[in-house]
Every structure is written in C-alpha cells, then in structure tokens.
Design a protein around this ligand. Structure first.
Ligand code: SF4
Length: 289
C-alpha cells in the first residue's frame, strides 16, 4: 500500500552529529521501505510502524524542508535514509529525494546520502553541485555475491549494480563510499566476502569503506529475520539458536579475524576506513574542499 500523508516536520535535529556518519539533521521523506532487507532494524517495536511494507509519502516534505532550512542558523550535515531508503523504487516516480536535494543545493547545506540503490546516479549532476559545499554518498553493500544480496535485500538492486553506482559517482566527481554493514553472523561473515568486497570497492574507486561486523536483533526485527532464515537455510538458523543468547547486538564470532583482514586490505589498497566529515568554518559557513 502506498499513501500520501501530511507531515508536521521533516528534519530531526540531533544534539550532536553522530561519530560514524556525521549527520546532524536526519531527513526522512518517506516512511516504510520497499527494499525489505531481511535484517532491517526498522521493524523493531520502538519505531511503531504497523506494517513496514506500507509506504507513506510525505506530500508536503519539500515545502517543510524549505521553511525549516530557512530558520536553521547552524549549517551542518543533512543525512538521508533511516527507516526508509531515499532511492527506493517509488522515488523514480515521486522524486521527493531529487526535489529535496534541489532545496539543499539552494540553501548550500552539506549532505550525506545513504542508499542501497543505483537510482542515486540519476541525481549525480545535482550531487556534484552540492559537493561545492559538501556531499558524500554511502552505498550500502553487504555481500559481493549478487545471488546472496537478492536474498538479504530482496527489493534493492543487486550488489554489482550498487558497485557500478559507486564507480559512476566517483568517476563523475562525486565522493562515494561503501557501508559494509551489517556483516551478519554465519551469513556473509566470511574471509572470502571481505576480501572480494574490498577488491570490488577498489575497482569501483570507493573513497572509503565502513564496516560493522555484527547486527542488532530486537523483538519484531529478530522475529522477521529468524523466520526468513528458517525458510532460506535452516542450518544457518540452527547456528543462531546455538550461539545467540537474546542480547540486543550480536557480533560475528569471526569478528576479530575479519576486522584484521579488512584493515590489512584497506591499508594495502589505500582505502579509507571512515567517512569524511563536513568541516565547518567559523560560525558554520561552507567550507570548500
Ligand atoms: S534499505 Fe534500509 S530502511 Fe530499507 S529495508 Fe533495507 S535496511 Fe531497512
């Protein structure tokens, strides 16, 4: 089901920009996500989304964004993509993300786009212009194997298309990197996957790769994930039954080994392992890179 709704606000301001993604203002133009990743945390009860397959489209998002940006005194990074993906299929037609980026360009705010879709390449000219202030695009890719990505992230383009998006953005002058997260215990936490991911990131000219060797597992999120694992491969679910003991986050048992391999490969290829941050000048003027 898709439904147009009126939102009250469009930007959520954090007290402090977070340390990993450097996002100060979270912008959610949609609610619900067509990508339907089997591990998605947005199914957790705390988010109170009755049906995660329903897509709410915030029809007044662009007017709200314009009026909220006009009032903001502090220029800092606007982030996209929590509890929805800004480039899920419906964006092709509705173009809320594109129109929001046009407003962000107009107000010269920095932006960090996070997506699992190659549709982001459509807006590459716009992102290039926003880069004069600051822009970075993080494409989430969890596995180098297209067949596995179609199981883990059934509504998103397969991994090879996402690597291609990173390459096109990078070669076109838009900074683009990869979020290698989550690395799911007993699923994509293999040395082979980490090695291939870093090598493909290098081929795609990714500016950075940021990994997370584990996942969260919370109430409805966990129930959905375990149900899907049971249908996909009961032997994988059996490992969770043996090693997972109900905690909020669950690291890959291979975490140390994979983390060391990842760092070694990134150092060898000269790939950064963190996302660059927008640097404020003086009282929040735009910095030029
Ligand atoms: S793209 Fe993000 S928000 Fe959408 S289903 Fe996947 S993890 Fe959830």
């Amino acid at each position: 089901m898709q439904q147009f709704v009126k939102a009250k606000t469009i930007l959520t301001k954090y007290k402090q920009a977070d340390a990993w993604f450097h996002i100060k203002y979270a912008m959610n133009l949609y609610r619900g996500c067509q990508h339907q990743c089997i591990y998605c945390d947005s199914r957790s009860e705390c988010y109170r989304i009755a049906n995660f397959e329903d897509i709410l489209i915030k029809e007044n998002a662009i007017e709200l964004l314009r009026s909220e940006l006009r009032k903001l005194k502090e220029k800092d990074t606007i982030g996209t993509g929590s509890m929805n993906d800004p480039y899920m299929p419906i964006e092709q037609e509705v173009q809320l993300t594109r129109r929001a980026l046009e407003v962000i360009e107009e107000f010269r705010f920095p932006v960090h786009v996070i997506t699992k879709s190659d549709l982001v390449v459509r807006d590459y000219e716009l992102l290039k212009r926003i880069s004069r202030a600051f822009a970075t695009v993080s494409v989430t890719i969890t596995t180098a194997d297209d067949a596995l990505s179609a199981i883990l992230e059934p509504g998103a383009p397969v991994s090879s298309l996402r690597f291609e998006a990173v390459r096109k953005l990078s070669e076109g002058g838009v900074r683009a990197g990869i979020l290698l997260m989550p690395v799911l215990p007993f699923v994509n936490d293999t040395e082979e996957n980490i090695r291939q991911m870093v090598e493909k990131a290098r081929e795609a000219k990714a500016a950075y790769v940021l990994p997370a060797f584990g996942m969260t597992l919370r109430d409805k999120q966990r129930a959905y994930y375990f149900d899907t694992l049971a249908q996909w491969d009961a032997s994988v679910l059996a490992k969770y039954e043996k090693y997972y003991h109900g905690q909020y986050s669950f690291q890959s048992p291979a975490h140390n080994k994979l983390s060391a391999l990842f760092s070694k490969l990134c150092n060898f290829y000269g790939i950064k392992m963190e996302i660059p941050a927008y640097e404020k000048v003086g009282d929040g003027q735009i910095s030029l890179f």
